[in-house]
Design a protein around this ligand. Structure first.
Ligand SMILES: [Zn+2]
Length: 376
């Protein structure tokens, strides 16, 4: 009896200590978005030790696959110019409804990959919460589309033969450095501006096929598995709204005019679910991303290919202290659409509510970092 009482008091003590810790954590998080600061400077973003290296990533994925008892299967869907494998993690029963994420097309935007690892780990446990998702869905995640760019910590893939930038030919490049993977998603390469350039002048434009292996790998996987939606996770600088709040994440659906209305609608429903999830946090601000209609951008390309398609940009320009919080937010956003798709509530969401995202767009680039000339 005495022992039991002691145990009860001990449990209460633990709960109280945990409560105090959580309270302290929340207070800390809130101080991070006080208008006017404290904002972390750009060079604090460059402590790469905070992020998973390629070697660590492959090791982590293989470990999860091994311990998942067949729940997680890895597939190499492509090879980079530096010879790195591009991994697709496939979780659950292939007979279920397929959905797909891709992360880190731009090497210096690592948050989606860190979150994806946590999501795959969570799903692989076979917990009751994970099972609710995996009873309905086949979850596909291309983890780090651009491992070469990640190792080099650059936006581009790695290709010394990349031509000079010439957007009228669809050449979104940094000459001699690499290609912008997120301008080369084409279900049919012959519909690209670059292919037209090749037809007109094959010597100057020797691109009869897609010259960007990473983009082709993602598109091939998409066409092979036919997911009902594709969500593309990026990172952006630190932006503020008119009200002076730091933007936690921004999102946008396909804006190319040839995307079917039902695919735009599904994309907007995904945005609404993520927006509602984030509104639970008093210190998370989500808004609309001001993106263009170019067909080779993944957000448009996978909409054109017949899926719901969303771009999610996670806040960047960060120091180590806020990485954990941003990864947590990203995991929350990813998990929210998995759950809503599995329980069907996604399809009940009102797509018109994306209007609520349109906040502070006029001042969106107030904090534009100098090297962020080509967003998305
Ligand atoms: Zn990006």
């Amino acid at each position: 009896m005495k022992q039991k009482l002691y145990f009860r008091n001990f449990t209460a003590l633990i709960a109280m200590v945990a409560f105090l810790f959580i309270g302290a954590g929340m207070a800390f998080a809130k101080t991070e978005i006080i208008p006017g600061g404290p904002w972390l400077t750009d060079n604090q973003n460059e402590n790469l030790n905070a992020f998973t290296s390629y070697e660590e990533l492959v090791k982590a994925l293989k470990k999860i696959e091994k311990s998942s008892k067949g729940l997680v299967e890895l597939e190499v869907i492509g090879l980079t110019n530096q010879g790195r494998d591009i991994y697709l993690a496939k979780v659950g029963d292939p007979a279920n409804t397929p959905v797909m994420f891709q992360t880190q097309q731009h090497g210096g935007e690592p948050m989606g990959t860190e979150a994806a690892l946590k999501v795959i780990q969570f799903l692989s446990t076979g917990s009751a919460q994970a099972r609710k998702i995996l009873d309905e869905l086949y979850v596909l995640i291309v983890v780090r589309v651009n491992p070469d760019g990640a190792e080099l910590w650059q936006r581009w893939n790695d290709d010394p033969n990349a031509p000079d930038r010439q957007t009228s030919r669809g050449l979104y490049t940094s000459g001699g450095v690499g290609w912008d993977i997120n301008r080369f998603h084409f279900a049919d390469w012959t519909e690209s501006l670059t292919y037209l350039a090749y037809l007109a002048d094959p010597v100057t434009y020797p691109y009869p096929t897609n010259p960007v292996p990473e983009a082709q790998a993602v598109m091939d996987a998409f066409l092979a598995y036919e997911p009902i939606w594709m969500v593309d996770v990026h990172g952006q600088g630190t932006y503020v709204t008119d009200a002076g709040e730091n933007v936690t994440s921004s999102m946008l659906w396909p804006t190319n005019e040839d995307v079917a209305p039902e695919d735009v609608e599904l994309s907007q429903q995904l945005c609404v679910v993520m927006m509602d999830q984030m509104s639970q946090y008093g210190y998370a601000t989500v808004n609309l991303y001001p993106g263009g209609s170019y067909t080779g951008i993944a957000r448009n390309a996978y909409g054109l290919a017949g899926a719901g398609s969303v771009l999610v940009e996670i806040k960047g320009g960060i120091g180590q202290k806020s990485i954990g919080m941003l990864v947590k937010h990203t995991v929350e956003q990813m998990t929210s659409i998995l759950e809503a798709t599995a329980d069907g509530s996604l399809f009940e969401a009102d797509p018109a509510r994306v209007d609520e995202l349109d906040i502070g767009r006029s001042s969106y680039y107030k904090q534009l970092p100098p090297d962020h000339e080509e967003p998305e």
